[in-house]
Design a protein around this ligand. Structure first.
Ligand SMILES: Cc1ncc(COP(=O)(O)O)c(C=O)c1O
Length: 407
């Protein structure tokens, strides 16, 4: 009988612990807990009738193909509808620039596998999305964090890191990973000036940018800012790889997304997909194509925006009311997306606070899960898309009660 399976595991994977946020969720199963911890869209926003009728129609019209293996890069009808969809966002690409993925997480995994050898480094925002950290961690890279400011990544610090990389003081970085719109976890949006500055540095140091955009259409206030991909295209560049998913704008249940970029990048990512997944289910892709082609997208997004805007306003009011009087506590005021970021005095370790909060029947994601290196411990990621409006208020009231015990 085998004693220690661990000895057979690859060196790369032996110490790999998976997704830390996922592990915390086991503590929030109690239905009485108000959870700000998950990043789920509200089912109230799912276009249920469309999803049901599209699904039935596809089966009725094309059952043999739908139940079969299908082309690895993706379905023709979905390529076409993505090309049209992105024109709405001033992006003009061809089929050779798109790979259908089984959602954003798969898209990130492809990026990590494509660019990183063990020991390579990558630059990312501080804080950043825990799911991206864990996807890239599979390749054992070194994370080089650059602090976020109110209007996005600190460009001067980024410049400094790139110089250090160039001079050999730190390992050369393979790419810069950013979430410019309503960032997960902070809710911060990168200004136009910084998007341009980021691109300038990308050209100067010849380093690609990975732009992850799951929340882009979910803007609840203010004017849209051009994507980094579209600015790069306007400048005739090919330095940006875009990661998209249908998870937040349609439903995460389908597990469909797409990566866009230079044909050389997409071609190699397709080779990786041949090895790590094969095809994304045709049934799910066909539903996404029908969604993009047949529904009034402006109306759909407006409905989502109106719905989530109310939740955002509700939670911001509750934060003002319950946390506004607590010294040293601050939070971001996002213009869209699903999350905001609460900062507490440095004396508070939010991982410890998490367990107390669970006793108090409220949960959040401790900020330390959002750093590639040198985690800061005095932050919380708060999701406002999933809880009901009543739960948002009551949850913040409970959180304030916990915090007040320490401040
Ligand atoms: C910034 C970011 N990227 C990627 C993903 C993963 O998306 P998906 O659920 O489509 O895998 C998420 C999901 O929360 C996200 O917030």
């Amino acid at each position: 009988m085998r004693k220690a399976w661990e000895e057979n595991f690859s060196k790369n994977i032996r110490d790999f612990k998976g997704y830390s946020i996922g592990k915390l969720l086991q503590y929030v199963k109690d239905p009485d807990i108000i959870s700000f911890a998950v990043g789920m869209p509200s089912p109230d926003t799912f276009p249920r009738e469309l999803l049901k009728s599209a699904s039935e129609r596809i089966l009725r019209e094309d059952i043999d193909h739908v139940l079969q293996y299908s082309p690895i890069p993706g379905e023709e009808s979905l390529f076409e509808s993505i090309i049209d969809f992105l024109k709405w966002d001033n992006i003009d690409i061809k089929k050779e620039n798109i790979l259908i993925t089984s959602s954003g997480q798969h898209g990130l995994d492809l990026v990590g596998r494509l660019f990183l050898d063990p020991g390579d480094s990558l630059i990312l925002e501080r804080p950043s999305f825990g799911g991206a950290l864990v996807a890239f961690e599979m390749e054992k890279p070194r994370f080089i964090g650059v602090d976020l400011e109110e209007d996005g990544i600190n460009i001067a610090n980024l410049h400094k890191k790139l110089e250090e990389s160039k001079s050999g003081a730190i390992p050369p970085s393979k790419f810069i990973y950013v979430i410019p719109d309503f960032q997960n976890p902070s809710g911060i949006t990168m200004s136009l000036e910084k998007r341009k500055g980021l691109l300038d540095l990308s050209y100067e140091y010849d380093i690609p940018i990975v732009e992850d955009s799951p929340y882009r259409p979910l803007r609840y206030r203010g004017d849209s800012i051009p994507s980094i991909f579209s600015i790069d295209q306007d400048r005739k560049g090919t330095n940006v790889i875009g990661i998209y998913t249908f998870s937040k704008i349609l439903t995460p249940g389908l597990r469909v997304g797409f990566n866009i970029g230079a044909s050389a990048v997409i071609g190699k990512m397709t080779n990786i997909k041949e090895a790590n997944l094969l095809n994304t289910p045709k049934w799910n892709q066909d539903i996404c194509a029908i969604f993009l082609k047949e529904i009034d997208l402006d109306k759909h997004f407006k409905k989502m925006q109106d719905y989530y805007r109310k939740k955002l306003e509700k939670i911001l009011t509750a934060l003002d009311e319950y946390l506004g009087t607590i010294d040293g506590v601050s939070w971001t005021r996002p213009d869209g997306g699903f999350f905001l970021w609460v900062t507490t005095p440095p004396s508070i370790d939010t991982m410890k606070l998490f367990y107390e909060a669970v006793e108090e029947k409220v949960a959040f994601v401790p900020g330390e899960a959002s750093y590639g290196e040198n985690p800061e411990k005095n932050h919380m990621r708060i999701n406002f898309s999933y809880p009901s409006e009543e739960q948002l208020v009551e949850g913040i009231r409970r959180l304030a009660k916990c915090l007040k015990r320490h401040i």
